[in-house]
Each structure stands twice: as C-alpha cells, then as structure tokens.
Write a protein that binds this ligand. Structure first.
Ligand SMILES: [Zn+2]
Length: 63
C-alpha cells in the first residue's frame, strides 16, 4: 500500500506593485539625478531652490 502525499502546487508568488520612486522634482518636474538632489520632508527636489519654490507654491495654494 502506497500512501502518496498530494503534492502541493507551487504557491504563486505574491507580486506586489513596486512602490513608484519619485524621480522628478516636485517643483520643476525635472528628473532628479542621484548626485544632485535635495531631500526634504520625504520628498525629493533637484535643488534647495526648487524646494523653497515648492513650499511657497503649496503655501499660496492653501490660501
Ligand atoms: Zn527642481
């Protein structure tokens, strides 16, 4: 008598959607290069200038 254990089918690998990395500046929308980037509050900007202008812009939009 042979007891053959049912082979479990290969579990489908859960494919998570890759978290889209921010590659463009929030201010000028230019692609950010690794070397020159300005990180602030979880967001990337190409320069500090762009960050400042983005902050100013977002603040003016609040009003
Ligand atoms: Zn920029």
């Amino acid at each position: 008598m042979v007891t053959e254990q049912a082979k479990t089918p290969a579990v489908a690998v859960e494919t998570k959607p890759k978290e889209e990395k921010q590659t463009n500046c929030l201010s000028c929308n230019k692609p950010i290069k690794k070397i020159r980037r300005y990180y602030r509050d979880g967001k990337y900007y190409c320069t500090k200038k762009c960050w400042v202008s983005f902050i100013k812009k977002s603040k003016s939009e609040e009003k």
